[in-house]
Design a protein around this ligand. Structure first.
Ligand SMILES: Nc1ncnc2c1ncn2[C@@H]1O[C@H](COP(=O)(O)OP(=O)(O)O)[C@@H](O)[C@H]1O
Ligand SMILES: [Mg+2]
Length: 220
């Protein structure tokens, strides 16, 4: 079984690509087989993946109608991928809808500002509507990115998200310059950025939101 996690948020710049690259690279470092599908025409993920520092397979898919067949194709790879991550552009689109439809879990990053919080609420409702159309449940969770934990704005955005009843990870990712370095080096996050990303990954794994089979490649 290959797990599929899509990173979706209607608001651009909320931390989608940063979150995806961090989780994908940490899982790869832990010995898991990881593939990433970039569906954002801006291809920000590609410049990170193209540095080829990690054993991660990168694919770009521009045709929304081909996304699910591409995922199906990757799921048949031998040896099997443990997880496929799908990155999306920061606007509501047919591609975002297909990325949600393909997913076992939708990750919704949000920075601590009102525009991102509104985007998170709209994205969550998009997930609910796709799940409804498909007649299945699709897990999703908001992940706070690039925050300063001791500010009023962080607290008020977190409260706004919680008051809307959106699922949210307890672990929050603080502002760490290491994430910008990661993009230029093509590696996993290091230093304090790594610690922050690991807290998020570990909560996703221990809560069962991400389910990975335990096998020869590594353990969940
Ligand atoms: N935790 C963080 N600490 C510092 N910078 C961050 C953090 N999360 C995201 N950023 C920065 O915010 C910007 C937008 O993030 P990005 O992942 O490209 O968003 P998106 O893919 O949603 O458009 C990037 O410059 C990225 O380096
Ligand atoms: Mg992006």
């Amino acid at each position: 079984m290959t797990f599929v996690a899509s990173v979706v948020q209607e608001k651009g710049g909320a931390g989608k690509t940063t979150l995806l690259a961090s989780l994908a690279s940490l899982l790869s470092e832990r010995g898991h087989r990881v593939a990433v599908i970039d569906t954002d025409p801006q291809r920000h993920l590609e410049s990170w993946a193209a540095k080829d520092k990690l054993a991660i397979d990168y694919l770009y898919e521009e045709n929304d109608e081909k996304l699910i067949p591409t995922v199906r194709f990757l799921k048949k790879s031998e040896p099997a991928f443990d997880i496929i991550f799908i990155d999306t552009a920061g606007f509501k689109s047919a591609m975002a809808m297909h990325a949600i439809a393909a997913a076992d879990l939708v990750l919704i990053p949000s920075k601590a500002n009102e525009a991102d919080a509104k985007g998170a609420v709209r994205t969550h409702s998009h997930v609910t509507s796709v799940a409804d159309t498909m007649g299945r449940s699709i897990a999703s969770t908001v992940i706070m990115m690039d925050i300063d934990p001791h500010t009023n704005i962080t607290q008020s955005v977190v409260d706004a998200i919680d008051n809307q009843g959106l699922p949210r990870l307890q672990a929050m990712c603080g502002h760490r310059t290491g994430f910008k370095e990661m993009t230029s080096t093509g590696t996993a996050p290091t230093g304090r950025a790594k610690v922050a990303a690991e807290a998020i990954l570990d909560e996703l794994l221990t809560s069962g939101l991400i389910k990975l089979k335990e096998d020869a490649h590594g353990k969940a």
